[in-house]
Design a protein around this ligand. Sequence first.
Ligand code: 13P
Ligand code: SF4
Length: 364
Amino acid sequence: MLRLQPTLPTRYREASEDTLQSWIKAAREQLGEDLILLGHHYQREEVYRWADATGDSFKLAQYAAKNPSVKWIVFLGVHFMAESADILTRADQSVILPDLNAGCSMADMAAIEEVEECWEVIENTTDISRVVPITYMNSSAAIKAFVGRNGGAVCTSSNCRAVLEWALSRGDKVLFIPDQHLGRNTARAMGLTDEALWNPRLPNGGLDERSIKEATIVLWKGHCSVHQRFTPQMVADFRERHPGGQVIVHPECANEVVEMADQIGSTEGIKKIIGEADPGSIWGVGTEIHLVSRMSTEFAEQGKIVESLDPIVCPCSTMFRIDAAHLAWCLDALVRGDAINQIVVDPTTAADARVALERMLSIT
Ligand code: 13P
Ligand code: SF4
């Protein structure tokens, strides 16, 4: 998705790391309690260290919603997270994303026009009043609004099962957008196997009437390129290297990987489970490398070994866009009262999307 990120002024591009850190510190002090920084676990250390709150998508959304008196919220994360924070906060609060090009390739795999087209096909096939649309947090505000208007809810990796159970208590069928893996992994953990895969690149999603009718869950054919890299062979190799080790993966990984893992968790869940594990335990992790490296350093003190399942590092290239230079640049602007890179969801879209987000918050 095209977003226009202006080029950073030379002053920020050419500053040393120490200088950038000192500028961030000074701006933060000046902004005081008017500012909070929310940091996702995949962020680089140079910005993550400044976060007032860290967490997964769910925890950060809750945090944004619970701080109505803060004027500026700087999101150290990606676009859909900043949009959700804007939707959940008051009109007099501003949400800033230091680099507008920090998107999410999975979220970009579902466009609102494609989702509407899919809904129309399902509507022509089955009783639409019994279909509940569920969108993963990793989707645009327009899709969250669509879901809100059509009786559905948002979910995240930490509450997907509760949201799917809620959906199936209200209808017979779920349209799950956009991560096929999170949808499939959660549905299978609930004992559901009657799924259909909607491919937005094909006419009628590549599905015939019967498969749509018979499926309890229609999965959108989207994925995360970072998590799709993990393979069953990587799990097998880890187990060979560390026979007593445990494997924990994010539910955006493919089902055959999830099936082989000992535990599944959102980013916050992974951190918590390993944090609470026995000293000396050994972990092979299937998620983004910045979180894995941070845990490896942090938990080494407890004698734990934490390593990536993937021998070739797999950073999220969009999360990586947020760096100290962009953070210093937008904090300095806030000191001048200038909200650059503000993420604003139009009020109509925000109202419908809020319904879907608040349903999620109340379910979980
Ligand atoms: P979490 O909600 O688990 O942090 O996941 C967000 C995400 O984008 C993972 O790729
Ligand atoms: Fe999106 Fe994957 Fe990056 Fe998460 S890791 S923000 S799903 S591209």
